[in-house]
Design a protein around this ligand. Sequence first.
Ligand SMILES: [Zn+2]
Length: 54
Amino acid sequence: MATYEFVCSECKTEFEVTCHMDEREAQAVCPKCGSHEVKQVYTAEFSSPPPDKY
Ligand SMILES: [Zn+2]
């Protein structure tokens, strides 16, 4: 289980979804307007920049 932050594309409401990683897409529904048009917010949890290559 982990907490994921989302922002609704419809009403800009930010909310958190606590679920398994595989379920976050299905669980990510705006609590205000019920829209599935949400984007995941990636918080700057790590200070290092993302890798450019693998
Ligand atoms: Zn919304």
